[in-house]
Design a protein around this ligand. Structure first.
Ligand code: SF4
Length: 236
């Protein structure tokens, strides 16, 4: 897929805003793949503020992938207490065991290999690849999908599914350098979580308004009825 005509301007504005106003989150201060994985599992179905509270505690108890792999299942669930959706804890535990057994304790860096691990789908695989390894991968969660749909208003074609089309769009507009891709992906998430919200997009104060097809057309208000359909794993 080719990048839309407004992609360059969108990218520049978004990155400029992120460098000034991006959220300081504990998992953004690390590139440790295990720590990034833990944060991504926690962020599936749990709000950022709550994860920020539990994340350091969990890592203190299980500082490495080997520590987690060697833990008793009951203890892992106990450490997960307060986050809910315990299936994530079970999957993370099994994932740690698989990493130790099949990957010599090193979390893989390629999305296609990450996807073979328990509890890892397309979103988490791309998230770990970019947030831990600064690889050029595009994780598309609910927030990112919403921003992309509004900013670029892509049309489905050739029988392509909506989620696949959004992933291809996200890849087409991704910066070439891994470090910039890391920032761009984090920035898209911040924009969707704080300004381009589902029910109330704040177009008048949005840093990308002049590069956004919805914001430019003055259609930001009253978007509550726009379909928010997206095939994603994480919705912080
Ligand atoms: S201008 Fe409005 S619709 Fe476009 S990205 Fe910003 S908040 Fe979302």
């Amino acid at each position: 897929m080719r990048a839309p005509s407004n992609a360059l301007s969108f990218k520049r504005r978004l990155l400029r805003w992120f460098r000034r106003a991006g959220r300081q989150l504990p998992w953004r201060a690390t590139r440790d793949p295990y720590q990034v994985l833990v944060s991504e599992f926690m962020l599936q179905q749990t709000q950022v503020a709550r994860v920020a509270e539990y994340y350091p505690r969990f890592l203190k108890r299980y500082p490495t992938v080997r520590d987690l792999a060697n833990a008793a299942p009951g203890h892992v669930r106990e450490a997960w207490d307060g986050l809910g959706y315990y299936r994530r804890a079970d999957n993370l535990h099994r994932l740690a065991q698989a990493v130790v057994k099949h990957h010599d304790g090193r979390v893989p860096d390629r999305p296609e290999v990450l996807r073979t691990l328990p509890g890892v789908g397309p979103y988490t695989a791309a998230a770990v690849a970019t947030f831990a390894y600064e690889r050029r991968a595009a994780p598309v969660d609910t927030n990112v999908a919403r921003v992309l749909r509004r900013a670029f208003r892509p049309r489905l074609g050739n029988g392509m599914r909506g989620d696949r089309m959004l992933r291809e769009l996200a890849s087409a507009i991704l910066p070439r350098r891994g470090k910039a891709a890391w920032q761009f992906n984090q920035a898209l998430m911040d924009l969707g979580a704080t300004i381009c919200e589902a029910r109330k997009p704040e177009c008048p104060v949005c840093p990308v308004q002049t590069a956004c097809r919805t914001g430019k057309a003055g259609r930001g208000r009253g978007l509550g009825g726009v379909s928010e359909r997206a095939s994603v794993e994480r919705a912080p």
